[in-house]
Write a protein that binds this ligand. Structure first.
Ligand SMILES: Nc1nc2c(ncn2[C@@H]2O[C@H](COP(=O)(O)OP(=O)(O)OP(=O)(O)O)[C@@H](O)[C@H]2O)c(=O)[nH]1
Ligand SMILES: [Mg+2]
Length: 355
């Protein structure tokens, strides 16, 4: 049996509560009137009821309570969401916002980025000023773009990777010339070729190494690469060219990892080369697959081949990857610049008269 106390303003009401719960299956034990801390008189009655009945009534009540609470919570959540959606849909772009949105959309920036950047400004004092909105967006782009910068603080091995034909070998030759002859001081540079796939790859790079009077090594296996390390230790910068890889060619990635993880003293930097002419989906596929190799930074090639940098901007804004160099043509070593936001923004905006 279980004892339970019911409280009401008078004994009759307290007893009725008990009967409501247990019917006639209860026995009254006591009834008393007490003055509570708030000064009011209340009546407490104590009853005993069968334990099974107590469990059934009390737990059922609790379950019902929980269910009700849960239902109420869900309804409140749903209402809150609906209110939020109503708020959002009621706030629409001002004409000035729509104009600025169109400027960036027409240049290839995604609605996703524009929503994230412009929607919070709806209803703010800024949303009626096109010039202000435009410079706000440019500022956001400028803040988001990330550069690697060019400081050679320690000896390093730079490995260029990327899909076929993006300009890895040409860019590597430009970098070799730059580090060996065009920096504040000449660095001791060696060129290593791991490309055993492409016909003519060995000769292509050998041609550049000969013109630049730089040491050139061809390596055919991770073991040979490790064996070469004592020789490479004598150089400050080792530039490694690799075979072009499709993002879907898993075996080539596995082979490459063996090279990158081999024992060596220098810091290894993997730089991914992507072309400014690539489609957004392809850039994404390439970036995601090559991330497997622990990419340090990205080189953008073939910037001279397109006037539309929206795709590239979108990628840079969405992935915020560090950019190291821009390749702007076929000429070695001239067509290479250190990645620069101003350069990119100017090229991206093009003719500003339409804005
Ligand atoms: N217009 C233009 N052409 C470039 C640029 N960089 C490289 N090229 C050309 O693109 C072609 C391929 O260049 P490579 O350096 O051989 O490309 P790769 O990535 O080494 O190619 P694989 O080794 O076959 O994967 C060559 O004709 C280069 O002259 C660039 O920035 N602009
Ligand atoms: Mg190549």
């Amino acid at each position: 049996m279980i004892r339970e106390t019911f409280i009401a303003s008078d004994p009759k009401t307290a007893y009725e509560q008990a009967v409501k719960k247990y019917g006639n299956n209860l026995t009254l034990l006591s009834a008393r009137q007490l003055q509570y801390d708030d000064g009011k008189l209340r009546c407490e009655i104590e009853i005993v009821a069968p334990k099974a009945l107590y469990m059934e009534k009390t737990l059922q009540k609790k379950d019902l309570q929980n269910e009700e609470e849960e239902m109420l919570r869900n309804q409140v959540e749903k209402l809150t969401q609906e209110i939020q959606i109503l708020k959002e849909t009621h706030k629409t772009d001002t004409q000035e916002m729509a104009e600025v949105r169109e400027v960036f959309l027409s240049r290839g920036i995604s609605n996703k980025w524009l929503d994230a950047t412009l929607n919070p400004l709806r209803g703010s004092g800024m949303d009626g000023d096109a010039a202000l909105l435009l410079s706000y967006c440019l500022e956001e782009i400028d803040d988001t773009l990330t550069l690697k910068g060019e400081s050679i603080e320690e000896e390093c091995t730079i490995v260029l990777v990327g899909p076929t034909g993006v300009g890895k070998t040409t860019t590597l030759a430009k970098l070799a010339a730059r580090y060996a002859y065009l920096m504040d001081r000449p660095y001791k540079v060696a060129i290593v070729n791991l490309d055993n796939y492409k016909v003519g790859a060995i000769e292509q790079l050998k041609y550049y190494a000969t013109i630049l009077s730089l040491e050139y090594f061809v390596v055919e296996s991770p073991e040979a690469f490790e064996a070469l390390q004592p020789v490479l230790d004598a150089f400050e910068i080792v530039l490694i060219d690799t075979a072009g890889m499709s993002p879907y060619d898993t075996q080539k990635f596995i082979d490459m990892v063996a090279y990158i993880h081999s024992e060596q003293q220098k810091k290894i930097e993997v730089q991914l080369v992507i072309a400014a002419t690539m489609k957004y989906e392809d850039i994404e596929d390439v970036y995601q697959s090559f991330s497997f190799l622990n990419i340090d930074s990205v080189i953008i090639s073939k910037l001279d081949e397109t006037m539309h940098l929206g795709t590239l901007m979108n990628f840079a804004l969405n992935y915020q990857t560090k950019m190291s160099y821009f390749s702007t043509g076929q000429e070695v070593p001239d067509d290479l610049v250190v990645a620069d936001k101003e350069y990119l923004l100017e090229r991206f905006l093009g003719n500003t008269e339409s804005m």
